[in-house]
Design a protein around this ligand. Structure first.
Ligand code: SF4
Length: 403
């Protein structure tokens, strides 16, 4: 069972070359190990990387285009494709590019299954089914701007937590903030024009009131006993910049209902604002970061008025207050598994034992990311990074769980 090159022609058709051994990129360019490769799981999306030539053991495959695979939810990427870009290569959109090759005539990827949930399995709707649900609901609560936003996110972006508002199941989205105090180079809701990589979603344009938010949350928790309602979604900026509105919404929710989980997805930049939400009854928090090293964090998040120290302090505060705390680790092979990164991560997790580390694939052009944060001195492999988390007795996952 040896891996052979999978590649694309300029029209995106996929081919296998049994005579050629592919190379992958784990921060250093190398061959994928057998324990890093699995058959491409259901829901994998193969993609062509235009004008990017795959690297192989026998050199650059100059007339071929590199293939990459976007993994379905529930998988952690272990390697990215290794390629050489032509000078005129166009900017790549914000997707999670994973390494792919062929084994026994089947497409394989460098990945690990790290979570499972029916709620996040690929979805299909009958014609008009979702639109009908949205129409019925928005007619019942006309003018509710949360509904207007999640209706758009459900139909245009296929966002699961937005759709859950209408499907009345699982985790429901409560977007709240149009502003952010970071300028992530891979921001999915706002991209600077010169990057050439369009943001997959348009950021929400207005500040939603506590009443509107509470109405959506209460309706969801009335219908879903163990439901989750989550402030902080992909279509917005930083929710902690609106902690007063969130606290007021939580007051209204908990004044009427005790069931379910009130969760906040945040960049953790403002520990005191988080404290305000906790005092009102927040149950769980998921804090996003790409690194436990200040320079690597700052190079990606480009924070305004805060640093990684504030982010880590937010996690400390929430763990001390016995919230269910998850870290949303934006993973990238060659960065997440650099020896220095793993030791910084271990030191923090030993001091602050969060409930879960969600290993989210960072959606960005690998060349752009390495250019911004630097290539590693000593990458140990993503499996080693995940093992380091598990050794501390901390769960690894990809979704927010209620328990
Ligand atoms: S914290 Fe979120 S909204 Fe803010 S810049 Fe980063 S990705 Fe964008």
């Amino acid at each position: 069972m040896s891996a052979v090159l999978a590649y694309c022609d300029k029209r995106g058709r996929i081919y296998f070359d049994d005579e050629t051994s592919p190379l992958a990129d784990g921060g250093i360019v190398r061959e994928a190990r057998a324990d890093e490769l699995i058959p491409a799981p259901k829901g994998s999306v193969p993609m062509i990387l235009p004008d990017r030539r795959p690297l192989t053991r026998s050199g650059v495959a100059s007339r071929r285009h590199t293939i990459a695979v976007a993994l379905p939810a529930g998988y952690t990427r272990l390697l990215v494709p290794a390629y050489e870009s032509d000078p005129q290569a166009p900017a790549l959109p914000l997707f999670g590019y994973g390494f792919a090759c062929a084994i026994d005539d089947g497409l394989h990827v460098a990945a690990m299954c790290t979570d499972e949930s029916e709620d996040w399995a690929p979805r299909t709707f009958a014609r008009g089914e979702l639109e009908a649900l949205i129409h019925r609901r928005t007619t019942e609560d006309p003018g509710n701007r949360v509904l207007a936003q999640v209706a758009r996110c459900s139909l245009e972006y296929g966002c699961f937590t937005a759709q859950n508002v209408f499907l009345e199941r699982g985790e429901a989205a409560l977007p709240v903030s149009p502003r952010c105090n970071a300028r992530c180079i891979g921001c999915i809701s706002e991209q600077e024009p010169q990057t050439g990589a369009p943001s997959p979603q348009e950021r929400i344009a207005y500040e939603i009131s506590a009443q509107e938010l509470a109405r959506i949350a209460l309706r969801h928790l009335e219908r879903v006993e163990n439901g989750i309602v989550s402030f902080g979604q992909g279509c917005e900026g930083e929710p902690l910049l609106r902690s007063t509105a969130i606290a007021r919404a939580i007051d209204r929710i908990r004044a009427a209902r005790a069931n379910g989980t009130i969760n906040l997805n945040t960049n953790g930049s403002l520990p005191s604002a988080l404290q305000r939400c906790i005092d009102s009854g927040l149950d769980a928090v998921r804090i996003s970061l790409n690194s436990f090293r200040k320079a690597v964090y700052a190079a990606y998040y480009r924070p305004i008025g805060y640093t990684l120290d504030d982010v880590l302090e937010s996690a400390r505060v929430a763990v001390k207050k016995r919230l269910r705390v998850s870290l949303n680790l934006l993973t990238h092979p060659g960065v997440t598994d650099d020896a220095e990164e793993i030791s910084a991560m271990r030191a923090f997790l030993r001091e602050v034992p969060v409930a879960m580390v969600q290993t989210r694939t960072l959606n960005i052009d690998p060349e752009w990311y390495f250019g911004a944060v630097g290539r590693p001195r000593k990458p140990l492999g993503m499996r080693a990074a995940l093992a380091a988390i598990r050794e501390l007795g901390i769960a690894i996952g990809n979704f927010t769980h209620t328990h």
